[in-house]
Design a protein around this ligand. Sequence first.
Ligand SMILES: *Cc1c(COP(=O)(O)O)cnc(C)c1O
Length: 358
Amino acid sequence: MKIEDYKLFTIGPTQMYQSTLEVRKHVVPYFRTAEFSNLMLDNERLIKKLQFANEESKVVFLTASGSGAMEASVINCFDGSDKLLIISGGTFGERFEKICEIHNIPFEALKLGADEELKASHFDEFNNKGFTGLLVNIDETYTGQLYDINIIKDFCERNDMYLVVDAISSFLADPYYMEQNNIDVTIVSSQKGLCLAPGLSIITLSPRMVDKINKIDVKSLYFDYKDYFKNMERGQTPFTPAVGVCFELNDMLHKIDEQGIEDRIKEVKDRCDYFRGRISSLPIHLPSYPLSNAISPIRFEKDIAMDFFVYLKDKKHIMVNPVGGELGKRSIRVSHVGDLVNDDYDYLIDEIKKYFEM
Ligand SMILES: *Cc1c(COP(=O)(O)O)cnc(C)c1O
């Protein structure tokens, strides 16, 4: 069996939908055309609609993985005169810290311990300290913790801060309301909840964030959002985008819009609840902090996670997400986004049972 035919319980790339595979069959067309511009303007309209963004928001289609979009957003939105607070509860939070270090943007990290839940009281010591912006991975995919947007929103409003949300794994798995939560930047990527090929990231920016960006002199050619704003007025990007993924995106956004965004999210949540309900009798457990519907970070009682990952991959042609670092010895993650049904989880759970009987 070829590795391209393995069943994916991974968060990205995910198990792709049949309609996406159909789109991928075609020749990738030339893109400096009115037809492609219309497709991109339609993508922009639908992204804003599905994220419940302000009508006047701007959308950047960036050909880069999610980390590229994180870095680009930080350097376009902030500079040395800012002071950022980073919620740092795993490797993706640490990535924001690293980006700010590299680009000399002042920051402090709100560090969470292993298995520690983010609470309103964590913010007490950061009140009225001159912070101008907050960076958060709303689902810290390393641990699977879904942070409470209400707590974060309240803190940002009280301190008059810009709010940047990496929703890369959470968008389309958990409810997401950009304008209502006063979010200034939303970052998503093609290979996660959208279930498309990797390569395209989408950044939605509130009107007041756009104003701030227009005043910042970003030291980058490829990642200068001002250039993307200008080009997007006619539905284009400054450089060759991941054209094929833009077509996959249009197909998927229409599919979700027709289904209804709440319904799509419920579909993910139902699969998630089904899986979590069925594993409760097994010698594994889930952490106690609030979890995203995107993945279940299952924990074993012994250091068998890597062995189990290899067993599923080599013997059963099933891919789950391993976890890097210390947590990785006892934890793997099972995705609930992708073209998966309850039968697929039954199959996975049967394999978990067989493994423990071995
Ligand atoms: C996947 C992911 C990213 C991006 O990772 P890339 O490999 O660069 O696409 C960033 N943030 C979070 C929370 C993610 O889950």
